[in-house]
Design a protein around this ligand. Structure first.
Ligand code: PGA
Length: 255
C-alpha cells in the first residue's frame, strides 16, 4: 500500500453506455450544477455519454468543472473504419478522457489487451486521459484466478509511458456490473492493493499517483463503504450515473 494513494484527488466517472438522447441534457445540467455547488473542491467528476452526445454535453459543461469523456475510440487517427470514431474526434468534440477496454467492449467486440493498449495510446496522442478497465468474470473468480487475470490485463492493457495524469485504472469485476452484486470490501482491498503494487513496480512514483477506480453496481447506498477501502480512489458508475440524484449521491461519499 502506498502512503500517497490515500491523498489522491478522487474521480467519480459516469459511464452512460448506450443510453441517452438530447432530452438527457437536463440530467447533465443537474449533475453539473450539483457538482459545482458542493463537490468540485474535493473530487473530479466526469460523464461519459454515448458518442452522439459528447459534443453537446461538452458544450453544456464548458463553463462548469464537470469533465466529459468518450466510452471508446479507434486506435487510428482517421481512415476507412466505418462506424468508428477516433480519439482525435473525441477531443475535437470536447472530451478530455476516453474509457478503454470496458468489459462490454472486450465481450461484445472481442477487444484484446493489445487493442485496449493501442486505444489508450490513441487517447494520449489526442491529449486525452485514458481510463483503462480490467476485471475478472465470475468463473475466473470462482476458480481463484482473479489476481492472475487482473494482473495480466494490467500488464497487457496499459502502455509504457503511463503517468498519474494520463492514466486511470478502473477495476470492474464483470459479475458485479449491472447485477446489484458487489465484492466484499476485503476483496476490493485485495485487488486494488495488487493493482497499486503492480503500478508502482512498473511506473514508480507515477504509479503511486495513479487513481484506481472501483466499478460494478456502485449505488448511493454502498458508495461510502466502497470508497473508504484502501487504494480506492473513486468510482466508475454505470446505471446509477444516469440519474443526477443517484450520481450525486455516490459522489457525496466524499463530502
Ligand atoms: P454498473 O456499471 O454501475 O451499472 O454496474 C458499471 C460499469 O460498467 O462501468
Amino acid at each position: 500500500m502506498s502512503s500517497m494513494a490515500g491523498t489522491l484527488r478522487p474521480l467519480v466517472a459516469g459511464n452512460w453506455k448506450m443510453n441517452g438522447t438530447k432530452s438527457s441534457g437536463a440530467e447533465l445540467e443537474a449533475i453539473s450544477a450539483g457538482y459545482d455547488d458542493a463537490l468540485q473542491g474535493k473530487i473530479d467528476m466526469m460523464v461519459c455519454p454515448p458518442a452522439t452526445l459528447v459534443m453537446a454535453f461538452a458544450a453544456m459543461a464548458r463553463d462548469a468543472a464537470l469533465a466529459v469523456g468518450g466510452q471508446n475510440c479507434h486506435a487510428n487517427e482517421s481512415g476507412a473504419h466505418t462506424g468508428d470514431i477516433s480519439a482525435e474526434m473525441l477531443a475535437d468534440a470536447g472530451a478530455t478522457a476516453v474509457i478503454a477496454g470496458h468489459s462490454e467492449r472486450r465481450a461484445d467486440h472481442g477487444e484484446t489487451d493489445d487493442q485496449v493498449r493501442a486505444k489508450a495510446e490513441a487517447g494520449w496522442r489526442a491529449g486525452l486521459m485514458a481510463i483503462v478497465c480490467v476485471g475478472e468474470t465470475e468463473a475466473e473468480r470462482d476458480a481463484g484466478k482473479t489476481l492472475d487475470i487482473v494482473g495480466g490485463q494490467l500488464a497487457g492493457s496499459i502502455p509504457d509511458g503511463a503517468t498519474a495524469q494520463n492514466l486511470v485504472v478502473a477495476y470492474e469485476p464483470v459479475w458485479a456490473i449491472g447485477t446489484g452484486r458487489t465484492p466484499t470490501t476485503d476483496d476490493v482491498a485485495e485487488v486494488h492493493g495488487m493493482i497499486r503494487e503492480r503500478l508502482t513496480a512498473r511506473f514508480g512514483g507515477e504509479g503511486e499517483g495513479m487513481r484506481i477506480l472501483y466499478g460494478g453496481s456502485v449505488k448511493p447506498g454502498n458508495a461510502a463503504e466502497l470508497m473508504a477501502v484502501d487504494n480506492v480512489n473513486g468510482a466508475l458508475v454505470g446505471g446509477a450515473s444516469l440519474k443526477a440524484d443517484d450520481f450525486l449521491g455516490i459522489a457525496a461519499a466524499y463530502r
